[in-house]
Design a binder for this molecule. Sequence first.
Ligand code: SAM
Length: 177
Amino acid sequence: MSQVEDKPPRPDEQNLRRDEFQILDNYFTEKSPTFVELRQVQREVWNLPSADTHFAQQAHRADTASPALQRRFFRMMQRIGHELHKAHNIIPPPLASPNLQVLDICMAPGGYSATVLKHNPTAQIFGLSLPETDGGHPVLLKDNPRVHVQFTDITMLAAEMGGAAIVPAGHPMAARC
Ligand SMILES: C[S@@+](CC[C@H](N)C(=O)[O-])C[C@H]1O[C@@H](n2cnc3c(N)ncnc32)[C@H](O)[C@@H]1O
């Protein structure tokens, strides 16, 4: 793939100052070749003029989604989950894995987890998702004692993911780490 110039931060980066975004970028670049590849694709897409219109529409739809649209999105995520499973057979059935435990990062509305439970109803789901008070979306999975959700901002979990203190001490959210 060709090298492309970095553009100014996109809407989804605007809550992060440039140096904070750089910390995350460096961290994942070092840990994951897949991240490096995806980041390159992302840069190329961001440099397409038509992408600006597309992302603005997507952000507006996500921020103002009616309950009906949220349910549609939930169904769409379940469909994608089924397609992924069909293509790669990723969810072991209860007989093969009666104690399956799943970590669902950025869980809401919970379509992927619903797919897991459909294929393996004995699975235990541990979900992390942004609190609605911080702009996150509601979890639409039915109440289920096998589903445990913690509403938290995953960018604050650097230490849990094996990185030492990458959230600057003076950051307003540092107290939550
Ligand atoms: C595309 S949706 C995920 C759909 C989900 N995987 C499913 O199967 O239904 C992205 C989710 O990530 C959440 N999210 C965004 N930033 C987050 C953060 N920093 N920490 C935790 N959750 C975040 C959003 O609130 C939203 O619920």
